[in-house]
Design a protein around this ligand. Structure first.
Ligand SMILES: [Zn+2]
Length: 640
């Protein structure tokens, strides 16, 4: 085995054979997706590279030039290579009369509908810089018109973050631009990412592989698209909320029937049918891959049963009257019989996954056993659009188990085992020491047993994190699994794990920074919940502190109590016997959260007033932890 200059290895004979087997198993001769992904193409930019105002590159397709080759390298699963090539289609496309999409400029699509007065923008990508460029591309080819409405299909950042790149908030406030979103949009936007935002971003480094080198031995795709743009994330709150299961509105002359689909791919999500245009937009619930019931970056588990149900209803009510169905990722499906077939198979995939997982649970199977056993039924297995480029049957089945039964398999041996480092030390000792384990694992590596080798060597790394031979063998095993993975997210995770084993932890010592617009829209409940999460229980031992809060600009009041190492609050209250009362405007609090201003600075400037005992406030704030992404994952935590 030869190593290239970065220490990355060749594919082993077993990996080559595994990857080769996909060529026979799947219908590579079927070119329909390539036709659909390029159908309606109008134009793109000569160089799809975007920069932020400081000049830093935030997205570039140049890094993916290697995907121009149809010939699959041995280090990439052929099925994933195909998806990675399809996701290279980029630029402005016509979907049907009056409906256009900009694809491939970010991980998601921006859909543009030509209204009577101007443009309806659906999902303005992740960052303002990219969204502005997408709109500009449209205008260059279709003429310049004002944006009359923005619709957010759901609460994920790749569907709203670029909004200030396409509209000015002043026009929204003046009533010239409507912003439409599904029920509970604002609550869910802030909820999903605040309380564990920093570790989720750290874990997303594994899922998306954003800092992996791009190439046949590195990141090739993210399943849903190439990669997430890294520019300015914004949010303008909606002015109009869709609350009923089905609502019909005329938006800038276009009739839209909204169908809420809560608890599917996102907690707040909706589909749209445009009856006059015979077109159906399924947001992110039917894309050209199996999606995640649980993304491996970490999140609450989604409801696969609801997912199938809303797809079924959309198919029954709207797809039957549609000529085209599309989503906010990937490419459309045209033709009524084709799109009905597509939606039935999407629906059945989620339903099968849900029901068969529960059936096996009812027979007593454990999570990992179900994941091992469950595969797509024959009628679906050769359909490209349900293959696991993003989610996998394996980790989705485990997630469904977790949603219904939780993490515990009911075997008391697993109820309270030793934690990872102690368990690894005892296991390695029982197995005859690190050298003996590594020697055995090398033999298994030669046989291609990478799953077990990675598992066994991870135990050695947790017992002896400085054991270079163990780290390298663990990395080599993960790397081969990455090369074999059909799922882009698994490939990225394995290759990033290998990178950290070889080079050490790569995460910056920085906290996840919430965007200004997200902070501005945080509820105070969520702000005080997050303070509670930051409270260091050890430091708070034996302390009781009560602080009243007054926010004059929003007329809000809170009573905050530290007692028994727990921080609790009541909204709309002041405690009678408080140690202090803090008065500040919400706008000042936002600056403190964004770290533009420290609390002592704010007090010195007189924009925070404290009555009572200021030492008690200082004492309370002295007990909050700061979080950074710099924590180890593939080896024991160093100092915490
Ligand atoms: Zn998305």
């Amino acid at each position: 085995m030869s190593a290239d200059d970065k220490g990355r290895k060749d594919a082993t004979p077993q990996t080559c054979a595994h990857n080769h087997s996909f060529l026979d198993a799947l219908p590579f001769g079927d070119r329909q997706d390539f036709e659909d992904a390029s159908r309606g193409f109008i134009a793109t930019l000569p160089d799809v590279t975007f920069r932020n105002p400081e000049g830093r590159v935030i997205f570039s397709l140049k890094d993916y030039a290697f995907l121009a080759h149809e010939q699959v390298p041995e280090t990439v699963n052929p099925s994933l290579w195909r998806q990675a090539r399809l996701n290279m289609n980029n630029g402005l496309f016509q979907v049907t009369d009056r409906i256009y999409q900009v694809r491939g400029f970010d991980i998601s699509n921006m859909t543009i509908i030509e209204g009577s007065r101007g443009l309806i923008i659906i999902d303005p990508l992740v960052s303002t810089e990219v969204a502005a460029a997408a709109l500009e591309l449209y205008c260059a080819h279709r003429g310049r018109k004002p944006v009359t409405a923005v619709i957010y299909t759901h609460t994920h950042v790749d569907h709203f973050g670029g909004v200030r790149g396409v509209v000015d908030e002043a026009d929204v406030k003046a009533g010239n631009v409507a912003i439409i979103a599904p029920d509970k949009f604002m609550e869910e936007v802030t909820k999903e990412n605040v309380l564990v935002g920093t570790p989720m971003i750290r874990r997303a480094m594994f899922q998306f592989g954003a800092i992996l080198p791009k190439g046949p031995r590195g990141q090739v795709d993210a399943g849903l698209g190439k990669v997430i743009s890294g520019g300015t994330v914004t949010l303008i709150p909606p002015t109009q909320i869709i609350r009923q299961p089905i609502e019909t509105h005329v938006v800038d002359g276009v009739e839209i029937i909204f169908q809420l689909a809560p608890e599917t791919e996102a907690p707040a999500e909706m589909h749209m049918f445009y009856p006059g245009l015979k077109a159906l937009n399924l947001a992110e619930n039917a894309t050209h891959n199996l999606h995640n019931i649980y993304p491996i970056r970490g999140a609450q588990v989604r409801d696969a049963n609801a997912w199938a149900k809303y797809l079924n209803e959309a198919r029954d009510k709207f797809a039957t009257k549609s000529d085209v169905v599309f989503a906010q990722h990937h490419w459309p499906v045209w033709g009524n019989s084709r799109l009905l077939d597509y939606m039935a198979k999407q629906r059945d995939t989620y339903k099968y996954l849900h029901d068969q997982t529960l059936r096996l649970i009812n027979h007593g199977h454990k999570s990992a056993e179900i994941a091992e056993r469950l595969t797509l039924p024959k009628g679906l297995a050769r359909e490209w659009h349900v293959r696991g480029y993003y989610g996998t049957f394996s980790h989705n089945a485990k997630a469904i188990y977790q949603r219904y039964l939780g993490w515990y398999d009911a075997n008391p041996a697993n109820l309270n085992p030793l934690p990872p480092v102690e368990r690894a030390k005892k296991s390695v000792e029982y197995m005859g020491g690190a050298d003996a384990v590594t020697a055995r694992a090398r033999e298994d590596f030669a046989k291609g047993e990478y799953r077990w080798v990675a598992d066994a060597m991870s135990q050695v790394v947790f017992a002896e994190p400085d054991n270079t031979a163990a780290r390298e063998l663990a990395a080599d095993a993960m790397e081969q699994m990455g090369y074999q993975a059909e799922s882009a997210t698994w490939r990225n995770a394995y290759l990033f794990g290998a990178l950290e084993l070889r080079r050490g932890m790569m995460a910056p010592a920085a906290p996840a920074r919430a965007g200004r617009d997200i902070v501005r829209n945080l509820t105070l409940d969520l702000f005080f919940d997050f303070l509670g999460v930051r409270l260091n229980g050890d430091k708070a031992e034996g302390k009781t502190i009560v602080v009243n809060w007054t926010f004059p600009d929003t007329s809000e009041r809170y009573a905050l109590t530290l007692q028994n190492c727990a921080l609790t609050y009541l909204a709309d209250r002041h405690a009678e016997a408080a140690d202090a009362t803090v008065t500040l405007d919400r706008t000042v609090l936002n600056r403190v959260i964004l770290r533009e201003l420290s609390l002592p600075e704010a007090m010195a400037q007189g924009v925070v007033k404290i009555e009572g005992n200021p030492m008690k406030v200082a004492e309370l704030f002295g007990q909050f932890d700061d979080f950074t992404m710099a924590f180890e994952i593939v080896e024991p935590l160093k100092a915490k």
